[in-house]
Design a protein around this ligand. Sequence first.
Ligand SMILES: [Mg+2]
Length: 434
Amino acid sequence: MATDLGKVAKDRGIRYFLISFTDLFGVQRSKLVPASAIAGMQKTGAGFAGFATHLDMTPAYPDLFAVPDPDSLIQLPWKPEVAWVASDLVMDGAPVEQAPRVVLKNAVKAAADAGYRMKSGVEAEFFLITPDGEAISDPADLQAKPCYDQSALMRRYEVVTTICDAMESLGWGPYQNDHEDANGQFEMNWDYGDCLETADRHTFFKIMTKAIAENHGLRATFMPKPFLHLTGNGCHCHASLWDKTGKKCLFDGDDEHGMSPLAYNFLGGVLHSAEALCALFNPTVNSYKRINAPRTTSGATWAPNTVTYGGNNRTHMVRIPDAGRFEFRLMDGAANPYLLQAGVLAAGLEGITNQRDPGKRLDIDMYAEGHKARGAKKLPLNMLDAVRKLDRSRELNEAFGRENVQSYVKLKMIEWNNFCQHLTQWERDQTLDC
Ligand SMILES: [Mg+2]
């Protein structure tokens, strides 16, 4: 029997539930429901007008219901009288197929039907900036190579440890926190888990980090490239595949990287669909200022520019850091946590089904010697190119359903057109005297 949220509220002193869902643009939508009303909401869901969110609906659509998934419940560590709960969207009694959490659940089911489950972890980098968004929050954080800077990390001790303690209390298994490669940038790591659990936790991590930063008079941003001269916010994803008996399917002790033939097929699938996946992994106009970027003041962008893989080499799109596990380095801080996981899983499964060959690994420094890599596919240079690739991707259309992909493509094309309506100073400078 499903967990009774009314009883959970009584047992844990919860006064309010944030019944929440993530829309196609990664925006978190919620209703704050008093514990006295949760029993009914658990049955029918909380009502929303779909048109008011990014889900490709019109005002004529009937009510959208967010039905809470009790397994996802997280009591806010900084406000324990409130509990966040992820929901699955339903309309007219049927799942809303384009809703990101439903998309991921369908991908998980397709994997299970094929005998696999994906476990994953994410490295959701973020900046701590001033509340007005104009600058990094620590004026003393000036090192040219600021990665792992002890002093800058310790000047943000209160914020970082409040978030880390919260993850500890939630049982996520946090294990390290550091100052990252850009001034003002941090990363906090917690244990990997089933990909749906990781997507829920990734979603909540962003909520929590922003809220706790705000409580300390700061602002946290996961924006892919908030400062042009600094390294951007990546969201690398580590993934492994397991079978029903708990065996690691990507591991093979005899291989030079400890990877099985199945692992190379999985990788082959992700590389094959990489350009289209950019529309999900790098979903904003700003995302393309992180990938394909010129060198930053720290010396490297740490973001990929080609569809290549190497061994333990951070200049490629995919790194093999350890036997039986891939690190996908393409994703950025704007990636929708559910579509991120769904994209890796669906593309990887397609690779297994079609026994895709990822080609040979490259051992070169792609930043310095990329021009020597003949035939390496380049990543899309902007959001429009990526969205067009997704639109035409036979593999992802098959995996996610043509209508669902079209919903996403349609909304992203509207966003691109909105962007194009802005007149920039650069255009004026370049064109006034034409
Ligand atoms: Mg990092």
